[in-house]
Design a protein around this ligand. Structure first.
Ligand code: PLP
Length: 461
C-alpha cells in the first residue's frame, strides 16, 4: 500500500466519532471531536513520514487517551506531604468544612449578595463581613478586596496618590512574583520616601522625612525574611504616636495578619490585627488565605473615615470580591469567635499547626504499614520540620514526623508523584523522599500509601 492509499484508508472523523461517543457518552461533544481530529491529523503526519498506518483499534485507543488528557482537570487535587501548611503553589489554606459548604451553596444559585430586602434596592456587599471583622478586630470599619496586594495598592491609590509615603528601608519587601513594595508604590502614584538603613531605622529618621508632601507612614511586616544582628526598627506604638503628633495616618501591612495569638498552638507570637488596631494603626491590611485560612482575599480594617474613602475609590470596584469569596470568608471568620481549642478541632490550618505528636505518630504508623514498596526501595520513620508557609514565621521550624523513602532515583519518584492524580507534593532532602504527615489529612493516608506504592512499583517493581 502506498501513502495515498493509506491516507484514503483512514476513517472519516464521523466514523471515529460514532465509536467514541458510544464508549464515552458522558464526554462533552466538542472535546470528543477535538480528540478525533487530533488523532487523525497525527496519523496523517505519520503516514506522510513513511510510517505504516495503525490498526483501527489503535486509533480508537489513541482517541480515548487523548480525550483523557483533554478532560483531565488542570487544577488537579494535591495531597500535601511537604509539611508546609500554607503552601502558595498548591493553593495556601484549606477551607474549614462550613466555609466550603457555604461556597458551594452560594455558587449553585442566587443569594442576597448586595440587596436590601427591606427596600428592594441595592445594598452593599461588605455588609456580610464588616460587622464580623469589627467584632474580631475592634476596628471601626472594614472592607474586603481581591488579595492583600490589592488592599495595599488600593489604600495607597486612594489616600496617598501624588504625595509621599514614609517607609523604612528595612521593610521594602518582595513577597514573591511582582509584589515589591517600591513597585506597588510607584504603580499607585504614591511617592516612596524611604528612610533609615536596611538593618536599622530610628524614630528620628521618620521625623526628619515628614514634610508638607507626606500622606502617610507605612509599616510593612517583613514576612518572608529576617534581619539579624545589629538591628533596630521603630515600634508600631512609636509610629502611631508620631502619626498622632503630625496628623498622619499609619498604615500597617500585616501580611499574614493573624486573628488569634499563635502562642496557643505552640508557636511564637505573630502580630494580630486586633493588636495593631488597639495600638492605634489607622489602617491594617492582611491576607484572607494566610493565617486566617480562608479564601484568597485582602482584608482592610481601620478608621471609619478612611475605610469609607477607600470603598468609594473607583479601584475598589475593580478589586472587589465575588459571592464565593464572601461566603467562604464569612464562614471562616465566624470560627474565630470561638476559643483556640475550637479552632484546632474545626479549622484545618489550626488542626495542622496544633496536631500533637500522638496524632502524627498515628498517621505515620498507618502510612508505614500501608506502604508496599519494591525491594529496591526502603521506607523508614523520620523526624522532620514543618513550616507555616506563605511567608509566616520563615525561621520557625515546627518539629514533625514523617516517612523517608530511599529509592534508586528519588527525584524521578518525586516527579512521577507530582504528575499523578491526585498529585503528591513531597520534599527531597538528604537523598530521601520525605513525606511529612502533618499536612496530610488522616483520611488521605491510605490513598497516599497507595499512590507511592503504585509509582515505586511501576518504576522498580
Ligand atoms: C503576603 C503579603 C502580601 C501579599 O498578600 P496576598 O494576599 O498574597 O496578595 C503583602 N504584604 C505582606 C507583608 C505580605 O506578607
Amino acid at each position: 500500500m502506498n501513502d495515498e492509499e493509506s491516507l484514503r484508508g483512514l476513517p472519516a472523523v464521523h466514523e471515529l466519532l460514532d465509536v467514541i461517543r458510544e464508549q464515552r457518552p458522558e464526554s462533552l461533544p466538542s472535546f470528543t471531536k477535538k480528540a478525533c481530529r487530533h488523532v487523525l491529523d497525527e496519523e496523517r503526519k505519520r503516514i506522510r513520514s513513511g510510517k505504516s498506518p495503525r490498526k483501527r483499534k489503535a486509533l480508537d485507543e489513541a482517541v480515548i487517551s487523548r480525550l483523557d488528557a483533554i478532560e483531565l482537570h488542570s487544577m488537579e487535587r494535591v495531597i500535601n506531604a511537604t509539611g508546609v501548611v500554607l503552601h502558595t503553589a498548591i493553593g495556601r489554606a484549606c477551607l474549614p468544612p462550613p466555609a466550603s459548604e457555604a461556597v458551594s451553596r452560594t455558587a449553585e444559585g442566587y443569594c442576597v449578595l448586595q440587596w436590601n430586602r427591606e427596600t428592594g434596592r441595592r445594598g452593599h456587599r461588605d455588609e456580610h463581613i464588616e460587622d464580623l471583622l469589627i467584632e474580631l478586630t475592634g476596628a471601626e470599619a472594614a472592607t474586603v478586596v481581591n488579595n492583600n496586594a490589592g488592599a495595599t495598592f488600593l489604600i495607597l491609590s486612594a489616600l496617598c496618590r501624588g504625595r509621599e509615603v514614609v517607609v523604612s528601608r528595612g521593610q521594602l519587601v518582595e513577597i514573591g512574583g511582582a509584589f515589591r513594595i517600591p513597585e506597588v508604590m510607584k504603580q499607585s502614584g504614591a511617592v516612596m520616601r524611604e528612610v533609615g538603613c536596611t538593618n536599622r531605622t530610628h524614630l528620628r529618621d521618620y521625623e526628619e522625612a515628614i514634610c508638607e508632601e507626606t500622606a502617610a507612614l507605612l509599616r510593612v511586616h517583613p514576612s518572608n525574611y529576617r534581619i539579624r544582628g545589629f538591628t533596630g526598627e521603630v515600634s508600631l506604638e512609636a509610629l502611631v504616636d508620631l502619626g498622632n503628633r503630625t496628623g498622619l495616618p499609619v498604615i500597617d501591612d500585616l501580611g499574614a495578619g493573624s486573628l488569634v495569638d499563635l502562642n496557643h498552638f505552640g508557636l511564637p507570637t505573630e502580630p494580630t490585627v486586633s493588636h495593631s488596631i488597639e495600638v492605634g494603626a489607622s489602617l491594617t491590611t492582611s491576607s484572607g488565605d494566610k493565617l486566617i485560612g480562608g479564601p484568597q482575599a485582602g482584608i482592610i480594617t481601620g478608621k471609619k473615615e478612611l475605610v469609607e474613602k477607600i470603598k468609594r475609590h473607583p479601584l475598589a470596584r475593580a478589586l472587589r470580591v465575588g459571592k464565593l469569596t464572601l461566603s467562604g470568608l464569612q464562614s471562616t471568620l465566624r470560627l474565630f469567635l470561638e476559643d483556640p481549642e475550637y479552632l484546632i478541632e474545626h479549622h484545618p490550618v489550626y488542626s495542622m499547626l496544633g496536631a500533637d505528636s500522638d496524632e502524627l505518630e498515628e498517621r505515620r504508623k498507618t502510612l508505614l504499614s500501608d506502604l508496599e514498596l519494591p525491594p529496591d526501595c526502603e521506607a523508614q520513620p523520620i523526624e522532620t520540620d514543618s513550616y507555616v508557609g506563605s511567608g509566616s514565621l520563615p525561621d520557625t521550624p515546627i518539629p514533625s514526623l514523617g516517612v523517608g523513602i530511599t529509592a534508586p532515583d528519588v527525584d524521578e519518584l518525586a516527579r512521577l508523584l507530582r504528575l499523578g492524580a491526585p498529585a503528591v507534593a513531597s520534599r527531597v532532602e538528604e537523598g530521601m523522599l520525605k513525606l511529612d504527615v502533618r499536612t496530610v489529612f488522616s483520611e488521605q493516608i491510605p490513598e497516599l500509601a497507595r499512590l507511592v506504592s503504585l509509582v515505586a512499583g511501576g518504576l522498580w517493581g
